[in-house]
Write a protein that binds this ligand. Structure first.
Ligand SMILES: C[S@@+](CC[C@H](N)C(=O)[O-])C[C@H]1O[C@@H](n2cnc3c(N)ncnc32)[C@H](O)[C@@H]1O
Length: 320
């Protein structure tokens, strides 16, 4: 099997749906009060220098800035020149009382000297890499002795297995088995193709230990996803808008095929499994989307997806 270039995942995060993803999915990703708790747990302090690897638009910068930014420094590094330039522009809105630098660079060869940061963080980066331990070892190299490496990554394989409840439709056992089988094959295929491990969240403590980090500890994001009439909070309004957008989007077999086929086949799935899956998705789209839209309009629709496995794992570089 031909492997992809290990330098980056083949996704260009500065474009289309991907760019939209790192904006839309970040809106309600971590709760304010939890971020404060995590900042205390990590030991962030004013004046620290923090590096954000695979920074995208700089989300971790503005999320944690108030806990280290006063007299401190944020360094965002990303392989995408376009995202780095955009992140620099956005930083003018959140950067106060400290400084920031944005660098184009590869996580496997960070453009910073040894022992130069108080902490190094990343979010949803390792899940896309073929060699996460190599990336963690590089993060450890640039952190000062006694400094901290912080990784925020989901276990999407476990997240895929969640059963949600809603007012329109409950999946049958057969449907659940079909969806889950496709998801298992898809996740396995991504790994085989060198596109990263979507179940990586649950492996973070071991990966950090393999990279030589000490005092490893891990917590989970406490967001619980649900939608309940009458959709009044900003989060509920946003959720309602996203569901409407999804329901109105026409079924596009070609787009779905492009995103899943290669991976499902590489992960042990068959063409027959894929055909069954496409037909299932098409029927779902036809039968359920209009019902959801009607219920949303009348403010009847509710759904509960629960909490997801999205971990924040920390490890310390040994003091010399
Ligand atoms: C899912 S996005 C996450 C962005 C940001 N951390 C966030 O949470 O919004 C993954 C990011 O990692 C970057 N990336 C992928 N491979 C990389 C590599 N080898 N070195 C540096 N950045 C990389 C991508 O360009 C993209 O911006």
């Amino acid at each position: 099997m031909k492997k992809k270039n290990q330098q980056t995942d083949k996704i260009d995060w500065s474009k289309d749906e991907y760019r939209k993803h790192i904006i839309e999915e970040r809106k309600f990703l971590w709760r304010e009060d939890s971020v404060e708790l995590y900042a205390r747990w990590i030991g962030l302090k004013s004046g620290m220098t923090g590096v954000d690897v695979g920074c995208g638009l700089g989300y971790l910068g503005w999320t944690f800035w108030k806990y280290f930014g006063k007299g401190g420094k944020y360094i965002g590094i990303d392989v995408s020149e376009k995202l780095i330039s955009e992140a620099k522009g956005i930083s003018k809105d959140w950067l106060k009382e400290g400084s920031a630098e944005f660098l184009v660079g590869d996580t496997y060869a960070l453009p910073l000297p040894d022992n130069s940061a108080d902490f190094v963080m990343c979010q949803t980066l390792l899940m896309h890499l073929e060699e996460p331990v190599k990336a963690l070892t590089e993060m450890k190299r640039i952190v000062k002795p006694g400094g901290i490496v912080i990784c925020m990554e989901p276990d999407n394989l476990s997240n895929f297995m969640r059963v949600s409840y809603n007012s329109v439709h409950q999946f049958s056992m057969e449907e659940l088995l079909l969806i889950h089988k496709v998801q298992f094959c898809w996740t396995e295929g991504r790994k085989k193709l060198g596109e990263g491990d979507w179940g990586i969240g649950s492996k973070l403590p071991k990966l950090m230990s393999d990279a030589g980090l000490k005092n490893i500890d891990i917590r989970n994001n406490d967001i619980v996803k649900f939608i309940l009439p009458s959709y009044e909070t900003p989060e509920q309004k946003d959720m309602s808008k996203k569901i409407k957008g999804y329901c109105k989007k026409p079924f596009n077999r070609k787009a779905i095929r492009e995103s899943v086929e290669e991976k499902v086949l590489a992960g042990g799935g068959s063409k027959y499994l894929l055909r069954k899956y496409y037909n299932f998705l098409k029927d779902q789209k036809q039968q359920i989307s209009s019902k959801i839209l009607q219920e949303l309009k009348k403010k009847y629709y509710y759904a509960f997806w629960g909490s997801s496995f999205f971990y924040i794992c920390i490890g310390r570089k040994k003091k010399v």
